[in-house]
Structures are given as C-alpha cells and as structure tokens.
Design a protein around this ligand. Structure first.
Ligand code: ZN
Ligand code: ZN
Length: 283
C-alpha cells in the first residue's frame, strides 16, 4: 500500500494498492490530464529525483521542489502573531526540510489557498507533529486524501489573530482563499492570494482566471465579489504562487488598478456604483 501522487497536478491521494484510474483534479476543466496520459509517482520517486529548495523569496522563506515539479508552486513559512504558518504546500516532504523548519521554531498550522496546492498536505502535517490543516469548506469535495488533521472553515473570513486572516476570494475555486498578514513580513503588510488573484508577468498587476492553463476568464460577478471581500484591507506586498512572482511595494493600488483593468477588459462599467448595480443584476 502507498499514497499515489499525480504527476501533473502534484496531489497526493489516499492509500491504495495500485495507481488510481483517474485524477479528478486534472480531469476538472480548470486543469488538464498530462499529454502522455494520466501518470502517477510516489514520495520515494520524488525524493530520488528532486530536492527541496528553501530560499528567501522577497523577505519570506519559500519551500519548493528543485527541479520544479507539477504546477511548481512554492510554499512559504510565515512567522506571524497567529503562530508559524506553512502557507500552501508541496508534494515532496524531506527530513532535511522538516529539520530546517523546526530549527526556525517549527510550524503551528498549515493553510492552503485551493485544491491545486493541497499536494502532500497530510504527510507535511504528520512530519511537523500533526499540525492542523485549514481548508475552506466549499472545496471539501477536492480533498483526495482525507485526514482528521484537516479542519474546514466556513464563511468569508477566518481571523487567526489580530494580524492574520484567511479571506475567501472564490472565483477560481469556490473556496479559493487568500491569507492577509497585516503587518508582515514588512510593516505595511502583505497579501498571499495563491492564484485567486494571480500576480502576472509584469509583477505590477494581478489577473483573474477560472482556469489558468486553459485560459478561461473569471466571471465578472466573481471578481466584483472578490473586490468587496478585499475592501478595507491594506498591504504593500503581494506574494504570488511561485518563486519571484511577487509585487513588492504599492500592492494595494496594484490590486485596485487590476480590478479596474480586468473589469474594463471584460466590458463591465468600472465605477464603484455602477459595478455594484451590475453585481446585483448579474446574479
Ligand atoms: Zn492530477
Ligand atoms: Zn489553481
């Protein structure tokens, strides 16, 4: 028995005697099955071919596979007033990486933006001493390896401390979540949106897609709703889903401008009042 890992999306599955026939995450229209057909790997195979890269990324410790694997996100270790948070997750767990995190004070909880980054979350929790994994309830059906470590939260906001909150953005997935760290890692604060808001190549804007690999735009009503959830949150920096994909400084105005730019591009009137009216009529 072993825990198969999908080679295309990097999700670890429940214990099995053989490779599953399908990966529901890849067969979903937001992802894709690998061009060679559905392929599987294991933790041991990953450990033989990859190492974990623990490196500073814009003032935060990032954790990702080298060479890159699957969607190639990097997790981040956030020392906050809500405890040390492992934000996002990756498919490989190594003793060296766990020891390095423990040497910095360990991890108190894991929080993940959406199902594409669930990866090997249960193995990571076990290796870190059985810490809780916070996922949004709306994405429960996408958990491929159930565990008592997983705690589903509901609603639009879960406040973890005075300075840290999980915000339900929706849009890409119904439960797509961003982490807002009000005064960290720099005093002006930061937003960690996974790909609910995707930091784009110019690193001065974000954009919004239902599917990134298949280029299906997000519904304007979902983007307008996300803008409301973001209202009144200040942050200087925005940390995207992978290495270097960050907006450093003036992040809040970059996000505001990006909401306007996107809504204009999909033909929605952009002033605040008309947007709210549209939101009501679009439901
Ligand atoms: Zn998959
Ligand atoms: Zn995604």
């Amino acid at each position: 028995m072993y825990h198969p890992i999908c080679a295309t999306c990097g999700t670890q599955f429940a214990e099995a005697a053989a490779d599953p026939a399908h990966c529901p995450i890849c067969e979903d229209d937001r992802q894709y099955v690998g061009w060679q057909g559905q392929r599987w790997t294991t933790m041991a195979e990953l450990a033989a071919r990859h190492t974990l890269r623990l490196e500073d990324d814009g003032g935060v410790l990032g954790i990702g596979l080298a060479p890159g694997f699957a969607i190639d996100q990097r997790a981040m270790w956030l020392p906050t007033d809500a405890g040390n948070i492992l934000w996002e997750c990756v498919s490989l767990v190594t003793d060296d990486a766990v020891a390095a995190l423990k040497a910095r004070g360990g991890v108190d909880l894991i929080a993940i933006s959406h199902p594409h980054f669930y990866a090997s979350m249960v193995d990571w929790s076990d290796a870190l001493g059985g810490v809780p994994i916070l996922l949004h309830e709306a994405d429960r059906e996408w958990v491929m390896r159930p565990s008592s470590r997983i705690r589903f939260w509901q609603g639009d906001e879960l406040r973890l401390s005075e300075g840290v909150a999980l915000l339900r953005c929706g849009g890409h997935f119904a439960g797509s979540t961003a982490l807002h760290w009000q005064h960290g890692p720099r005093p002006g604060g930061a937003l960690f949106p996974g790909d609910a808001l995707q930091v784009v190549a110019d690193r001065r804007h974000v954009s919004f897609m239902y599917s990134y690999p298949n280029l299906v735009p997000m519904k304007p009503a979902d983007v307008l709703r996300m803008r409301q959830v973001m209202e009144g949150r200040s942050f200087d920096d925005v940390f995207g889903y992978t290495w270097g994909r960050n907006i450093r400084g003036e992040g809040r105005s970059a996000v505001d401008e990006s909401f306007e730019r996107y809504l204009r591009a999909v033909g929605v009137e952009t002033d605040e009042v008309s947007s709210r009216k549209k939101l009501l009529t679009m439901k």
